[in-house]
Design a protein. Structure first.
Length: 280
């Protein structure tokens, strides 16, 4: 029996290593290839660069034109993502707390239909949103993207935060009320700190979603200087020619903020989904 269990453990570990290798391999390949000159990228003669160079990154960051300004594209993505995360946390925390503390809302249609928007593919929203934003003068406007991204991620973040707020003992709020604290003070000074793992999870989800979104940005943004990072990467591709070096380098720069954000809060991220799924 012990030998069988040992064999199963070895097989499980081998499968996990294989899956991780398949997941990590594309990122490793892109990172290493970003330091290769074009002739090495096209030839694929060696996995490691024979003549490593930073020219791809120099071209990406310093060769600016009226059509292509990648640092500006990254700043636009950062602007949109930060405000999307901020607005999402404000809306989701207030609505999630209200649903968690109101039995009728928690058991009613609002709570049940929070995730209803995700039943349909977001592509069906393109034409209505395009017409609506054109009418409201939000077309080709970064604030319009913030509104869309906030609307897309808020239902999920609200659903996630409801479970966190439900797990906070009501006695703490009642004690604060007895001490003279109002509803707003209790919410900001007691409930929000206790729900910080959920807020970190929701904020990270909103930021990452807005940072990598491409479809709505492609439809609603036309000005070159208002393009986001994913749209900026598309400027390095054409029908007959692809600038592989800057394209690979830009892909790495797009991924870096996601890793920088995710790695420090990965524990909270996992804890957030676990706490949101398990009720005590």
């Amino acid at each position: 029996m012990a030998e069988i269990n040992r064999t199963k453990n070895i097989i499980t570990i081998c499968v996990i290593i294989l899956v991780l290798a398949l997941i990590i391999w594309p990122f490793v390949y892109i990172f290493i290839s970003s330091f290769k000159p074009l002739k090495e990228i096209m030839s694929r003669a060696s996995f490691l660069p024979v003549e490593p160079t930073l020219k791809n990154y120099q071209t990406l960051l310093f060769a600016r034109t009226p059509v292509r300004d990648f640092p500006r594209f990254l700043f636009n993505s950062l602007y949109v993502s930060v405000f999307t995360a901020l607005f999402t946390l404000i809306i989701s925390s207030i609505s999630g707390y209200g649903i968690a503390r109101n039995r009728r809302l928690r058991a009613g249609l609002i709570s049940k239909f929070l995730l209803f928007i995700y039943v349909f593919p977001t592509v069906v929203l393109l034409v209505p949103i395009y017409k609506l934003f054109t009418t409201m003068n939000l077309y080709d406007n970064l604030f319009g993207l913030i509104i869309i991204y906030t609307a897309l991620v808020s239902p999920f973040c609200t659903w996630l935060l409801v479970s966190f707020f439900e797990n906070i003992p009501r006695e703490l709020e009642e004690s604060a009320g007895i001490d003279g604290a109002g509803t707003f003070t209790t919410f900001t000074r007691i409930v929000i700190p206790l729900a910080s793992p959920g807020l970190v999870t929701a904020g990270a989800y909103a930021f990452i979603t807005a940072w990598g979104e491409y479809m709505f940005a492609l439809i609603l943004i036309t000005s070159n200087l208002k393009k986001t990072g994913p749209l900026g990467l598309a400027t390095f591709t054409a029908e007959q020619y692809i600038e592989w070096g800057p394209l690979l380098s830009g892909s790495i720069l797009i991924m870096i903020p996601v890793f920088i954000l995710f790695m420090p809060v990965s524990g909270y991220f996992i804890k957030g989904f676990t706490a949101g799924a398990v009720k005590e």
